[in-house]
Write a protein that binds this ligand. Structure first.
Ligand SMILES: [Fe+2]
Ligand SMILES: [Fe+2]
Length: 259
């Protein structure tokens, strides 16, 4: 069993396709993961399953991988909170979750913007530029900078789950560059394609952070690290001055215009 835990999950799924749906049933989406070099033991640890869920999951995987063996998975001592319960966060992590709420409100507006988008009109081009301004300055510089420059620094940045997060941030930046160029050439199809792709990417990314990464990080960080991080986040808030408040006001205006 130890050997199975130390194998890469992608390799296990490649050899035993049924393992993908088994993991998905526990909310673990390894099949579409862009990095996919995590070990099975990391996946079990990071996803915060209860002892009973972990025992069930590992029994199902062991049956797929070793159909001829009768493997009994012991029940470990339960330390993880039950999945599906209310997620709670430390104060600095809660700040990041609250910032996600504003980013999600922008994402929610994208379909309505796309539907009416007429890039021959200066006001619609300005609207897209304003959305990009929010994404670049609020979602990326303000929020992703707290993650990349502060939170992630407490962990080994080579961890697969962090590599997935960095890759997502970079993919988001690539979508923003594509939209910015296409707005100026009034290429509606490209703007819509990348706005939609950005929405899908960030929706999944935020879900991974809120439900998997942040709870796991909170569990790993000591009280003094959490205190340090809270004050480092407060410094970022001060450095950005009234910028974030202006971006939040933009979301409220956008919502009011579409309602
Ligand atoms: Fe992120
Ligand atoms: Fe985030």
């Amino acid at each position: 069993m130890e050997a199975l835990l130390n194998r890469g999950i992608k390799q296990i799924i490649d050899e035993h396709a049924e393992v993908g749906p088994i993991l998905e049933a526990y909310g673990i989406g390894c099949v579409p993961c862009s990095v996919g070099t995590c070990l099975l033991k990391d996946i079990v640890d990071i996803h915060g399953l209860t002892a009973v869920q972990e025992q069930e999951l590992m029994t199902k995987i062991a049956k797929e991988v070793y159909p001829d063996r009768d493997i009994v998975i012991p029940l470990r001592e339960d330390t993880a909170p039950a999945q599906g319960g209310e997620l709670t966060y430390s104060p600095p992590i809660k700040k990041l979750v609250d910032e996600h709420a504003w980013i999600k409100r922008l994402l929610a507006q994208i379909p309505a913007v796309i539907e009416k988008l007429d890039l021959s009109s200066e006001s619609d081009r300005r609207l897209v530029r304003d959305m990009l301004d929010f994404i670049r300055n609020y979602a990326d510089r303000f929020h992703h900078a707290k993650e990349e420059d502060i939170l992630f620094k407490y962990f080994d940045e080579n961890l697969d789950i962090l590599q997935v997060m960095f890759t997502d941030h970079e993919s988001g930046r690539a979508h923003v560059r594509a939209i910015a160029e296409a707005v100026e050439t009034q290429d509606r199809a490209v703007v819509c394609e990348h706005l939609t792709a950005y929405r899908e990417l960030l929706t999944e990314h935020i879900k991974k952070e809120d439900e998997i990464l942040y709870p796991w990080m909170d569990k790993e960080l000591s009280d003094s690290q959490i205190g340090q991080m809270f004050s480092a986040f407060a410094d970022v808030d001060v450095a950005f001055g009234d910028g974030p408040a202006k971006h939040i006001a933009f979301i409220e205006t956008l919502e009011a215009a579409s309602s």
